[in-house]
Design a protein around this ligand. Structure first.
Ligand SMILES: [Fe+2]
Length: 258
């Protein structure tokens, strides 16, 4: 299967360059030689919790050629995104826990199932995954009826990045999450996240951990300052295609957009 991975749209009504960039990404996705089986959007759909931006954001996403899964980022609100999905994306999975957009999505034709996590904590870049949300994840990872490995979706990259700004976001739950997935590594194919605006690859106890590019702007790589590095457009727009074959071998392509 082909999982197309975009992230950090940061839709804003007055950000016309950002809207144009999203259109260019979606146009490229529509012109690929392979069609997505699923598009994943790993959080920060809007800018600074302005829930009114969900309507135009989802209007733009209607041009995607495949179903998509979204998760919350630190610029989203759980309640706002849940309401927006009900209003503008009626076929999207509904939340499976109270107040948070956590859900499992399984399609019989896919070699993997998706587990989407909600790390929202209002106004906090590092977010949170409290005991209740972690228990939800553990219940699904330990589900003996599940016959395929999971692709976990969450917004934050839970390992050090080398960026002083993003590493300053690191929260206590990162270790709890890393410990939990390490215990269930046999049941996890891949962990996909966003937040960094660039694509970093690492692993947690052998599980691939990959962040997706922002559709909007890149962030300065490896900046050592503990401050917001701001927008850096030194690299071209890009997105990822994760190919998982029937033996569950993963290959990730980076597609740049002119
Ligand atoms: Fe973020």
């Amino acid at each position: 299967m082909y999982i197309f991975h975009i992230s950090d749209i940061h839709f804003s009504a007055d950000d016309l360059p950002g809207q144009k960039n999203l259109e260019r990404i979606i146009d490229s996705i529509n012109h690929q030689h392979v069609r997505p089986d699923m598009v994943v959007i790993t959080g920060d759909l809007i800018w600074k919790q302005h829930n009114e931006y969900y309507a135009p954001c989802f209007a733009a996403l209607q041009k995607l050629p495949a179903p998509y899964l979204v998760i919350t980022g630190n610029h989203d609100t759980s309640a706002g995104l849940i309401d927006a999905l009900a209003a503008f994306a009626p076929h999207h999975p509904r939340p499976q826990m109270e107040n948070f957009l956590q859900y499992e999505y399984d399609d019989a034709s896919f070699p993997v199932r998706f587990l989407a996590l909600d790390t929202c904590k209002t106004g906090c870049g590092g977010g949170n995954l409290d005991a209740r949300r972690l228990q939800w994840l553990e219940a699904r990872l330990s589900d003996s009826a599940a016959d395929k490995p999971a692709v976990i979706l969450l917004h934050q990259y839970t390992l050090p990045t080398g960026s002083g700004f993003f590493d300053s976001h690191a929260a206590g739950w990162y270790r709890d999450f890393n410990d939990l997935v390490s215990r269930y590594r046999q049941n996890i194919a891949l962990i996909l996240c966003g937040h960094l605006h660039n694509s970093l690859h690492s692993e947690i106890n052998g599980i691939p951990l990959i962040s997706g590019f922002s559709t909007n702007w890149s962030e300065e790589l490896l900046n050592q300052a503990n401050k917001d590095p701001g927008r850096d457009l030194l690299r071209p727009l890009a997105y990822l295609i994760h190919r998982i074959d029937d033996s569950r071998q993963l290959t990730t392509y980076t597609v740049t957009v002119r």
